[in-house]
Design a protein around this ligand. Structure first.
Ligand code: SAM
Length: 205
């Protein structure tokens, strides 16, 4: 892993995704968590202050040691017990049906084999367990899609593997769970190319 990925990008990402408006969206999603929780693509721990106060413990997965170490300050500051795993979401060494809730925020854009990661999420959920996601991706406007496709390669480099143009709803729909919430919207006052959001809940039946 290069210097940009390990030291520079985590700081850029932390600053870009830490605003008050974004925190509101995080809180809204995380208000639904229950039981034994896993968060994939934990990053710098930006979700931690946004979990409900009832949450006592979470397990996390992230591939980037730079992200994990930057997260340490938030891990220390929270009252939640956080068990960090420095591993890839495409192959997670947990037993089948281990979690009641799995969370992913601004992460499915970046995972190289996102289908594999989602099949792992499905495997790790208990029956009736829920996958909660809040992700940016392909816009529903053709004029924005054109720019998302044009600038995708550049975003891939600057965003350390991030894609502007993934259709998150289609990717999530490939797993045999039941999608009970599926919202798409822009976050206001952000460039449309990066702010078309997919928020949803998928339940393992
Ligand atoms: C844009 S950041 C978002 C971080 C955090 N989820 C948030 O909402 O602030 C994407 C995160 O996904 C992680 N990631 C990318 N590919 C991954 C993989 N294959 N397995 C696990 N984590 C991965 C990155 O290291 C990074 O921390």
């Amino acid at each position: 892993m290069g210097i940009y990925s390990k030291y520079i990008f985590p700081r850029l990402m932390d600053s870009a995704l830490s605003g008050r408006v974004i925190s509101k969206y995080r809180q809204n999603l995380l208000s639904q968590v229950t039981g034994n929780i896993l968060e994939i693509g934990f990053g710098t721990g930006l979700n931690l202050p946004n979990y409900p106060s009832t949450v006592k413990k979470i397990s996390t997965v992230d591939i980037n040691p730079g992200m994990n170490s930057l997260a340490k300050a938030r891990v220390k500051a929270t009252g939640i017990e956080v068990v960090q795993h420095l591993i890839t979401a495409e192959k997670m060494p947990f037993e089948e049906s281990s979690f009641d809730t799995i969370v992913s925020t601004w992460t499915l854009c970046s995972i190289p084999d996102v289908d594999k990661a989602l099949s792992e999420v499905y495997r790790l959920l208990k029956p009736k367990g829920q996958f909660l996601f809040l992700e940016h991706g392909l816009s529903n406007e053709t004029s924005i899609q054109i720019w998302q496709n044009r600038l995708n390669r550049l975003q891939n480099i600057l965003g350390d593997g991030c894609h502007f143009n993934r259709n998150i709803a289609s990717l999530v729909a490939k797993q045999p769970w039941q999608i009970t919430e599926d919202k798409q919207f822009y976050i206001k006052d952000m460039p449309k190319i990066a702010s078309y959001m997919y928020q949803g809940t998928a339940i393992k039946t």
